[in-house]
Design a protein around this ligand. Structure first.
Ligand SMILES: *Cc1c(COP(=O)(O)O)cnc(C)c1O
Length: 349
């Protein structure tokens, strides 16, 4: 693969103690273009803006999907990714749903490895630090015909991240808007799913909440996800999380949490959970914890939820599952513990 190196680095201007998520990008990016029915030779080149025609297909019809994953540096300065094959498999599903051609896996993994290896000075081995990696692909033909784009651009960009602490969230159980519907694209990591979520989320924020708990589009009773994360409940000593479906995204963190819980001897049920069950479990004192899970935060505890005009505060528990599961996943990510499921993926120099 062709690699065009940047002749300068932005790293000297970065204050690693005060970086916010996704605002600073490393010196290089991976690029591969789909033209004339095939993927062209990929290249890694200096990070830069891209020139786009105002009629570019993505601006009008939004064929665009993305992925999110992280790289870590261990105490011996070795670099690891966490379950990138799962991200690639999901990317394929997202592309198929959005009628986007799939980047061949060898381009994806070679690109990822070369790019992350080139940017390794951007990863700190301070606990909690990581490199956020954003692969994405969008329709790039200059045309207004409402038909699939002929050209696509696939890029991978990287952003350094410091330890991410999320204060416990307060969430609003949505009873009007939907993130996804049966037969729709909710299971795909499609850009438009995010675009359509911002407005209902802004209404929830104006009511004093941080995020929305998405419910099924028909009855608004079955709980699906929270914000842009998978959702998990602790009822007594057991964990309950909705089964994945065409309206629920198959989260890599979700799957890791389920496995890590089983490894700790915690029972996990993947099944429907309704708002009325949630409220009755709350009232009986059996609802001990709620948390969201996703690549950015790993696990984000939720301390209260609102439904219609009521608000429910969850008492803090000792020995929280959210804490112990986060610790076990982070330890695997950062090569601080044994990786019995083969989740780490080593980046060679
Ligand atoms: C990305 C995403 C998640 C989390 O997936 P991870 O693979 O764990 O990062 C969950 N729900 C939605 C809607 C998402 O877009």
């Amino acid at each position: 693969m062709e690699i065009i190196r940047s002749n300068s680095t932005k790293i000297v201007d970065v204050d690693f103690n005060s970086i916010k998520f996704g605002e600073i990008f490393t010196d290089h990016m991976f690029e591969c273009n789909f033209k004339n029915g095939d993927w062209e030779a990929p290249v890694i080149r200096p990070y830069s803006s891209i020139d786009m025609d105002p009629s570019s297909h993505v601006f009008h019809y939004g064929q665009a999907v993305f992925e999110g994953m992280k790289g870590y540096k261990d105490t011996k300065d070795q670099i690891w990714l966490f379950r990138p094959k799962d991200n690639y498999e999901r990317l394929k599903k997202s592309c198929v749903r959005m009628n986007i051609p799939v980047l061949p896996s060898e381009y994806f993994f070679k690109g990822l490895e070369k790019l992350v290896s080139l940017e390794k000075k951007w990863i700190s081995n301070k606990p909690g630090s990581s490199l956020y990696i954003r692969p994405f692909v969008f329709s790039s033909s200059a045309m207004l015909a409402a038909s699939p784009s002929l050209d696509y651009k696939f890029l991978i960009i990287c952003s350094p991240g410091a330890a991410y602490y999320s204060k416990p969230l307060s969430v609003y159980v949505e009873d009007k808007y939907s993130r996804a519907a049966p037969g729709g694209a909710g299971y795909a990591k499609a850009a438009g799913n995010y675009g359509a979520a911002f407005y209902p989320t802004s209404l929830a924020i104006s009511k004093g909440f941080d995020q929305i708990v998405w419910t099924d589009s028909e009855s608004h009773q079955k709980i699906e996800e929270v914000g842009t994360m998978s959702i998990v409940f602790r009822l007594g000593e057991k964990l309950v999380t909705p089964k994945t479906s065409d309206t629920i995204l198959d989260g890599v963190t979700r799957n890791s949490v389920i496995q890590a819980a089983k490894d700790q001897g915690i029972e996990v049920e993947e099944r429907d959970i309704t708002v009325s069950e949630l409220i009755s479990e709350f009232k009986s004192g059996n609802l001990r914890e709620i948390f969201g899970c996703g690549t950015a935060a790993v696990i984000a505890p939720i301390s209260s939820f609102g439904y219609k005009d009521e608000r429910f505060e969850i008492r803090e528990v000792e020995n929280s599952y959210a804490d112990s599961l986060k610790t076990s996943i982070v330890n695997i990510q950062q090569n601080l513990s044994e990786d019995s499921h083969g989740w780490r993926y080593k980046i060679l120099d």
